[in-house]
Design a protein around this ligand. Structure first.
Ligand code: SF4
Length: 391
């Protein structure tokens, strides 16, 4: 267990991709296939450093994200999982997730991952419309999503997420409706819907700035969000976070750890972690990450730091409070439990941030009662404005 009494969540970042998608600003690199095996060895060393700096920790979730985690073989995952089991008490019912590119997976690959201990698959569907997938420079088509879902089910995965994106240039409500219907026809256990954001240094942003693509239309995106909310609710999915819906009991435990501001460690180039009040990030460059771990001395760092920690900040309680608010308000059903907040910080959330909370409650964007502060349906569409003001 951690100092909060909660098991740890462990995120591992796999920083390789076959090609760069036009909207993507994640820390990923193409044409580094020759670094995959040295990276796996380095990641195992980082796991060992992290575990040695605070022995005996329990972990309830493990999440491999990227990047494209499917560039690693089942044998490489077996070695990484063994290192995690040596270093941490991985709970028997641990949720172990992998992000999957639909065109990369076969039933044999996914069956091997099940044998290694994976319990949950997250498939990057993104859209059912071929022209939108081409605009994103995605390598897959709609048929490969269907095949990936079928392969995952046959491999025994009963916890499957689909990611899709809305608010895409040129996307119409009819196109979005088609993507939603196709997504629901695949019967995922969980869905994540992301509004497209134009990130710096992406092709998509450059095209919009040069006028080659129209800018995303916020009003249309809001209509798409409403349409999705209706369809998902009608299909039996419960919304539990601004961008996430699940069948009962299929909420993503790993991401809930983030939204509840509970401890997690991040391993791999560019990963972030938050544990023992310290927020930290790992160095970005895979080359430097590997070299640093190859040359690191045996002595563990001061938890949660490792030899590849780039930055670490001990959060002041006031900063941690804001973090808890920003993350907790994303949880549409849970929200902020006022008593839990008071126990954590010794102050009621309305004493700490009453001005902003009361203002948005008066506008109908937040709901406050004796026990909780929650975001309303109207507030979900304007959450970034509320979050900016809290910061
Ligand atoms: S596959 Fe994922 S991580 Fe890789 S470039 Fe595309 S969106 Fe980014």
């Amino acid at each position: 267990m951690t100092s909060t009494g909660n098991p740890l969540a462990i995120y591992l970042h796999i920083p390789f991709c076959h090609i760069k998608c036009t909207y993507c600003a994640f820390n990923t690199y193409t044409n580094l296939d020759h670094l995959v095996e040295p990276f796996v060895r380095a990641l195992i060393r980082e796991i060992e450093f992290s575990a040695a700096s605070k022995p005996g920790q329990h972990a309830g979730t493990v999440f491999f994200g990227g990047g494209t985690p499917t560039v690693l073989s089942p044998e490489q995952y077996a070695r990484i999982m063994n290192a995690l089991r040596r270093g941490f008490y991985l709970q028997d019912d641990a949720e172990v997730s992998l992000e999957v590119n639909p065109s990369d997976v076969t039933q044999a690959y996914l069956t091997a991952l099940r044998d290694v201990g994976f319990t949950r698959i997250s498939i990057g569907m993104q859209s059912a419309i071929e022209s939108e997938l081409r605009m994103f420079n995605r390598r897959h088509d709609n048929d490969s999503v269907v095949r990936a879902v079928s392969a995952a089910r046959r491999a025994g995965f009963d916890n499957l997420n689909l990611d899709v994106i809305y608010g895409i240039p040129h996307q119409t409500l009819d196109n979005w409706d088609a993507t939603l219907r196709q997504m629901l026809a695949l019967k995922p256990d969980h869905v994540s819907l992301y509004a497209l954001t134009l990130e710096d240094e992406t092709s998509m942003k450059a095209w919009v700035e040069k006028g080659r693509l129209p800018a995303p239309d916020d009003d249309l995106a809001a209509d798409m969000y409403d349409m999705a909310t209706d369809q998902l609710g009608g299909a039996g999915y419960g919304q539990y976070e601004i961008s996430n819906w699940a069948k009962p009991g299929r909420e993503c435990r790993h991401n809930l750890q983030y939204w509840r501001s509970l401890p997690y460690i991040g391993l791999g180039p560019g990963a972030h972690g938050f544990a023992d009040g310290v927020r930290y990030s790992v160095i970005l460059s895979p080359h430097r990450y590997i070299k640093t771990l190859e040359e690191a001395s045996e002595s563990p760092g001061v938890y949660p730091r490792t030899p590849v920690t780039a930055e670490a900040t001990l959060l002041r309680p006031a900063d941690e409070m804001v973090e808890v608010l920003l993350m907790g308000l994303r949880l549409t059903q849970e929200g902020i439990h006022r008593e839990t907040f008071r126990q954590r910080f010794g102050v009621d959330v309305l004493e700490a941030h009453g001005d902003v909370i009361r203002k948005y409650a008066d506008h109908g964007l937040l709901h406050v009662d004796d026990s909780y502060v929650r975001i309303t349906h109207a507030g979900r569409l304007l959450s970034s404005m509320i979050f900016r003001e809290l910061v």
